[in-house]
Design a protein around this ligand. Structure first.
Ligand code: PLP
Length: 373
């Protein structure tokens, strides 16, 4: 007999992207940053002394919260440090949604959201995005009508990479009855010329929490560190009641604090990713694989059915050659591949492999000129 709760018996777990043991593969499937963390960040890790390991860490990661507050122009009471952005998602759901109350998501988006909702036994209200992956104007209306307590929006959007502007998010937050979570896991890759900064919404509104992650922009996916930025009223119950007593360890606190103090170094790597993103998008388009404009560290390439047998077959063929990209077997994504932007060398290898797989579009037969006039 099973001992777990019925909703746990019924649910399926999150399926992470493959992490092949072979270090030689070209891994463009889980949106890791292809560049190393900055040297001062590595020094912070090496500098963790035995005494720091013997003792418990600062329970709310105050040194990190102070550094993050300074970076964003908010107060430490607006910051919650978590074991990856994923822990923040779990805390938001367990703190703000009663079992049986609804969570709202746009579709498609991050596949962890419904998994965490299922753990809380909270039904999921799914609203389809437009064909260009933008949010419908009546999104808040639909969520409110369905009694949604917490709405999760990922911006830049995953898996398309498209960006909604701050005005759209402000309108959404204003109209929603419940909490709005803006998942900004990929925000470090947004072109700074766009002037995108949603943190102002946290100062203006009581119902907004922004998720940040050090996994992508700061090249620290292995560290497991993320944080929330929100009104003190939203942060406080998670900080003092629902998070684990010591949810982030001393090594990750030290490394994460160094990482955001040296944000300028991470930003240089993000710039390199942006440059590669532009050339990758162009090169894919030339091969007949079009991508919506991405402000993230991945692109979502559409694979025509007659091209290399379609997206699924192409995904397998690339894998056979040691090149991993992500295929999602779900509505609206079955004809697409999500490709993480790698180093120039990795991207080149992918494009070479694609060139060999993707048959050039057949040119119309040029018939010999006929004298029919
Ligand atoms: C990566 C990611 C996160 C957070 O990841 P962590 O590694 O737990 O910080 C959150 N949302 C989306 C959409 C992501 O891709």
């Amino acid at each position: 007999m099973a001992y777990e709760r019925q909703n746990i018996q019924r649910m399926a777990g999150y399926v992470p992207g493959e992490q092949p043991a072979d270090a030689d593969v070209i891994k463009l499937n889980t949106n890791e940053n292809p560049y190393q963390p900055a040297e001062p960040v590595l020094q912070a890790m090496r500098g963790v002394e035995a005494e720091a390991l013997r003792r418990y860490p600062p329970p709310t990661a105050m040194p990190f919260r102070e550094a993050a507050a300074e970076l964003h122009g908010v107060h430490p009471e607006n910051i919650l440090a978590t074991n990856g952005g994923d822990e923040l998602l779990r805390l938001l759901i367990t703190t703000f949604v009663e079992p049986g109350e609804s969570i709202g998501v746009t579709e498609p988006s991050y596949s962890l959201y419904p998994v965490l909702a299922a753990v809380q036994d909270a039904p999921v209200v799914r609203v389809a995005l437009h064909d260009d992956w933008s949010m419908p104007d009546d999104l808040a209306e639909q969520m409110n009508a369905a009694g949604v307590k917490l709405t999760l929006v990922v911006n830049p959007h995953a898996p398309s990479g498209t960006l909604a502007d701050v005005a759209t998010l402000r309108a959404l937050a204003t109209q929603l009855d419940g909490v709005l979570v803006i998942d900004e896991a990929y925000v470090d890759f947004v072109d700074p010329d766009l002037g995108y900064d949603a943190v102002g919404l946290v100062r203006e509104m009581a119902n907004v929490v922004i998720l940040r992650s050090l996994s992508k922009g700061y090249s620290l996916a292995g560290l497991r560190f993320g944080y929330g930025i929100g009104s003190a009223g939203l942060i406080e119950p998670m900080l003092t009641k629902t998070k684990d007593s010591y949810n982030t360890d001393i090594v990750s606190q030290r490394v994460a604090t160094a990482a955001i103090r040296h944000r300028d170094l991470a930003i240089r790597n993000c710039e390199a990713v942006r440059r590669e993103r532009a050339s990758m998008t162009e090169a894919l388009a030339k091969l007949g694989l079009s991508c919506p404009p991405s402000q993230s560290n991945f692109v979502l390439a559409s694979v025509p059915d007659d091209c290399a047998g379609g997206a699924k077959a192409l995904h397998e063929a690339l894998k056979q050659q040691g090149i991993f990209v992500r295929y999602f077997d779900q509505d609206r994504l079955r004809d697409k591949l999500r490709i993480t932007i790698g180093t120039p060398r990795q991207n080149h290898a992918l494009l070479e492999a694609l060139q060999a797989q993707v048959k050039p579009v057949p040119q119309p037969q040029s018939n010999p000129p006929q004298n029919d006039r």
